[in-house]
Design a protein around this ligand. Sequence first.
Ligand code: NAD
Ligand code: UD1
Length: 336
Amino acid sequence: MNILVTGGAGYIGSHTCVALLEAGHSVIIADNLCNSKRETVEKIIDITNKEVTFYETDVTDEQAVSVIFNNNKIDGVIHFAGLKAVGESVDLPLTYYYNNIVSTMILTKACKKYGVNRFVFSSSATVYGENKVPFVESMGLLPTTNPYGETKAISERILTDIAKANPEFSVALLRYFNPVGAHESGLIGEVPNGIPNNLMPYVTQVAKGKLEKLRIFGNDYPTLDGTGVRDYIHVLDLAEGHVAALDNLKEGARVYNLGTGQGTSVLELLKAFEEANGIEVPYEIVERRPGDISSCYADALKAKIELGWEAKRDIIAMCRDAWGFEKNYKDFVEAK
Ligand code: NAD
Ligand code: UD1
């Protein structure tokens, strides 16, 4: 199939392009590069030895999106393009609502016009709010504490309603848990803007000596060791989950958790990182981070049954590959 991948130069999008190309699909990337670099597209080509069509396009621009649909025979869309910084979304709500929701509407409108009936959407486990773990797809959505989370919940509702009214339109709403790691080549991975907010990129930057020590946000949660528990998933497993979702689209809009089903605490992740890479990571315990929940992990059964997909890579592989990219990325930047 010819797949339009919006946000395909980004972290999850680039790994998914690799997985799609390796599965025999063709890829057309549309990305405005607001949080990624053109070179990532070259890296995707280097890794796979396959061609990629690239449009430097803002997918909220209806005119520019029609050019892509006009010039290519598109069989399906995977919509990653979006802004994702939770804190920034609180300061810039309109920017977030506009970018993340209008893009979804423009793309679905183009799908309708050009008869494209396969659509895969990047949602987030954040839509579960403070439900009880493990999070199951059948749970009701709870309000999130920030505009970013709301854009995901609203986009899910829009896509569900469109699929209801157009039975030929099939949608997979994929709720990601915590993507970490990188392609094992070390060529593509996550490049956070400024000081990282998320745990794994913070750990790799401490390991590199770029940051002094990890601050662990609270050790008084009701978890096995008091630190927060999350369902970390290797970005390559997540990428393969998209190929499985695309290949197994069914009538209507269906929701799938993409997680491992395993919770890992901050201290456990730190220990795994040290074991995988033989590097000590200094840390201190500080106050809880406002807005954090204690535990978040998936019930991963539905994706296994309906998509025939499950995560294969363990926490050691995630830590090894995250570090592999950080090291390589440093070399790459210094060599320039
Ligand atoms: P990313 O920032 O690395 O990738 C997003 C890409 O979209 C970037 O390349 C950016 O330049 C592009 N983009 C943004 N707005 C655009 C627009 N209007 N037009 C064209 N391109 C645009 O982020 P990511 O981590 O790869 O996340 C991909 C998707 O998955 C996002 O929708 C994000 O909200 C969602 N998600 C991410 C996580 C996570 O932890 N990384 C978790 C849950 C959901
Ligand atoms: C973040 C996002 C969430 C998104 C999710 C998946 C925020 C507030 N939430 O949540 O919307 O869906 O990523 O990408 O950004 N931790 C530390 N020290 C650090 C960083 C994190 O102790 O420097 C802890 C956190 O308290 C948490 C765990 O590590 O217990 C994971 O944190 P993080 O990587 O930010 O992910 P989420 O909290 O799940």
